[in-house]
Design a protein around this ligand. Structure first.
Ligand code: NAP
Length: 479
């Protein structure tokens, strides 16, 4: 903690907020303050905007190979510092160290992936239908970007945006979530060390998100917003971006169905459920939110899942052997408690967990609920906690209709041993991603994103860089 930067990173310099404001960063395992960091206001936002705008032209002209090598160096530094970064992440966010190490590797991989993509930005050429005109197509960076990230994956949500922005030749302002700013500040220091020119990345930590971001979006000098967070905030930012016609990529909330058919391999289904539900303590946009299990296997599936969930060790993420850390804060835990109480009031049976432990920290036990009423609030609310809610179904049409009966469409999970059924159901699900007999879909090489109110655009994969590039078409008459 002693070497972790706590100031704003603007134009390559570490600065206090112009008005001297600071804000605390808490440890969710103890409720204690870890440190204070700079709390930016509108003046700092203008300074960061100026830095990003000034750096844009030269950065866009920088050789793709040079941009690629900066990302590659940063990838290597991140991996070298896995332990340090994992401890920092666990301290501010709570996830167990083993998961934090996993996130460091996942986050670094976006830099390796986009270091490879930076040198493969293509264009095109062609003869127009009249035969007299030619067209030349080139791809250019979209311009200065505002990147806004949530707290649940403090490092990876940043690298998933910064990686393609650097590769494409965009400058940027990153505004991380106020609960987990330290990982982003550490990342900025690493990129500086890797040779990123001043002003290309600026990091603005703040407790005043609206005051800082709204003028940037309405002002029109930032040409792109890439946002990861809740659908409610995404909707507001889309409206703000409309004024200056700022291009947007939105990775928003989810309400993932997890479907177990009667012909599923139950070992795979329970393993998949543990991953899809318990990764990150259930605080993931990809977390399975509604378990639809065929009535003929529901009892057995519920029993096995409750046994596995009930056996997990809950405690501070830094302690050896801990599987489940604290939730992010008391508000997050209070929401989970209310959703469970509501489901139980409507008739759900608790097969595991369900009771908040005494003592400090925001802990909540892994919980399995069965016989959940479709009217329960957790059916149309992201639980964002370690709670599996099981409902039963009878046939394919019914389960597809119920799975799609939500405004969200990020991911779905399907467990069946029948290939034809697997493909049929996957095609009918209104989601951007499907986990087929697996509970994990995230991979830097794959396009991540949702449909409906889960978002616009994709991050990662071959298409991830497209979000940061524009086409320019050159018309060339040749007589
Ligand atoms: P959130 O409340 O929407 O906040 C996300 C970010 O937006 C934070 O940095 C937040 O800062 C900022 N923000 C809030 N209001 C703002 C405003 N008016 N102007 C500018 N920025 C603003 O979401 P969260 O609770 O941090 O994260 C959980 C949500 O993220 C869940 O819905 C989850 O599904 C979603 N998520 C989606 C993906 C995906 O890839 N689809 C990945 C991870 C998480 P403040 O907290 O200071 O307001």
């Amino acid at each position: 903690m002693t070497d972790t930067p706590t100031q704003l990173f603007i134009g390559g310099a570490w600065l206090d907020a112009a008005d001297g404001a600071t804000m605390p960063v808490d440890d969710p395992a103890t409720g204690e303050i870890l440190c204070h960091i700079a709390d930016a206001g509108p003046k700092d936002a203008r300074l960061a905007e100026e830095a990003a705008v000034q750096a844009q032209e030269e950065w866009a002209r920088t050789a793709p190979r040079a941009r690629s090598e900066i990302l590659r160096r940063a990838y290597e530094i991140i991996l070298d510092r896995t332990d340090e970064l994992a401890h920092l992440m666990t301290a501010e966010m709570g996830k167990p160290l083993s998961e934090a190490r996993g996130e460091v590797a996942y986050a670094a991989e976006f830099f390796r992936w986009f270091s490879e993509e930076a040198v493969r930005i293509d264009g095109g050429a062609g003869i127009l239908p009249d035969g007299r005109n030619r067209m030349l197509l080139s791809r250019r960076p979209v311009g200065p970007c505002l990147l806004i990230t949530p707290w649940n994956f403090p490092l990876a949500m940043g690298t998933r945006k910064i990686g393609p922005a650097i590769a494409a030749g965009c400058t940027m302002i990153l505004k991380p979530a106020p609960q987990t700013p330290l990982s982003s500040l550490a990342l900025a220091a690493i990129l500086k060390e890797a040779g990123l020119p001043d002003g290309v990345l600026n990091v603005v930590t703040t407790s005043r998100a609206g005051e800082v971001c709204e003028p940037l979006l309405r002002g029109g000098r930032m040409r792109k917003l890439s946002f990861t967070g809740s659908t409610a905030v995404g909707r507001l930012l889309l409206a703000q971006s409309a004024e200056a016609v700022v291009r947007t990529s939105m990775e928003l909330g989810g309400n993932a169905p997890f479907i177990v058919f009667e012909d599923a391999d139950l070992d795979k289904a329970v393993d998949g459920a543990m991953l899809a539900k318990m990764r990150n303590m259930g605080e993931a946009c990809t977390a399975a939110n509604r378990f639809f299990v065929h009535h003929s296997v529901a009892e057995e599936f519920g029993r096995r899942l409750a046994e596995r969930m009930g056996g997990l060790v809950v405690g501070p993420g830094t302690r050896d052997g801990v599987d489940v850390g604290p939730l992010i804060d008391r508000t997050g835990r209070g929401k989970v408690e209310d959703l469970v109480a509501d489901a139980v009031e409507r008739g759900a049976r608790v097969l595991a967990g369900g009771r908040t432990p005494e003592g400090p920290g925001c802990f909540y036990p892994p919980t399995v609920l069965t016989d959940v009423s479709p009217e329960s609030r957790l059916m149309d609310t992201e639980i964002f906690g370690p709670v599996a809610a099981i409902l039963t179904f009878d046939d394919e049409d019914e389960v597809v209709r119920r799975a799609n009966d939500t405004p969200w469409g990020l991911v779905g999970y399907v467990f069946t041993e029948g290939l034809d059924r697997a493909l049929r159901i996957s095609e009918r699900l209104e989601v951007g991603m499907v986990g087929l007999n697996t509970g994990l879909v995230s991979n830097p090489a794959a396009p991540f994103g949702g449909v409906k109110q889960s978002g616009l655009g994709r991050e990662g994969g071959r298409v991830g860089i497209d979000e940061f590039l524009e086409y320019q078409y050159l018309a060339v008459p040749v007589g």
